[in-house]
Design a protein around this ligand. Structure first.
Ligand SMILES: [Zn+2]
Length: 138
């Protein structure tokens, strides 16, 4: 049993995102009027203010926009992982999302392509981590 803080699965606004993570995918709202994909979840589009939007499964691919290396664990459960990096990933659909990197910090750099890897934190509760994308050509 994890002692990590867990998302509120009953949050009516964001629960589709958390449900998707538990199923091994990233889902975010796409505006029906302008197509903007947004995170965090919101009642209306921050670009055009149209209310609503459809939940869509994203590719799980993006690039490292920035990252921080933790020499001291943010939570006691991460003590054995130090040093580890948490990246702000610019998803190819547009939004940014934080995720712990599975690769050693010395292998990371801004702009490198990454893919989401899904982990179950507790029964029915998943989270996205990221790893460097392997070279597609070789
Ligand atoms: Zn919009």
């Amino acid at each position: 049993m994890t002692t990590l803080p867990l998302p509120d699965m009953s949050d009516p606004l964001a629960s589709p995102h958390w449900q998707a993570l538990s199923q091994g995918r990233i889902a975010m709202q796409r505006c029906g009027a302008c197509g903007h994909v947004r995170w965090p979840a919101a009642l209306s589009c921050p670009e055009c203010l149209t209310e609503g939007g459809e939940w869509n499964t994203l590719s799980g691919r993006g690039t490292i926009w920035g990252y921080a290396v933790y020499e001291t664990p943010l939570h006691p459960e991460f003590a054995g992982l130090c040093p580890y990096a948490v990246a702000l990933v610019h998803l190819e659909e547009g939004p940014m999302i934080h995720g712990r990197m599975l690769d050693p910090p010395e292998e990371l750099d801004c702009g490198l392509p990454v893919v989401a890897v899904f982990e179950q934190l507790a029964d029915g509760i998943g989270i996205a981590r990221f790893r460097l994308e392997q070279s597609r050509g070789s």
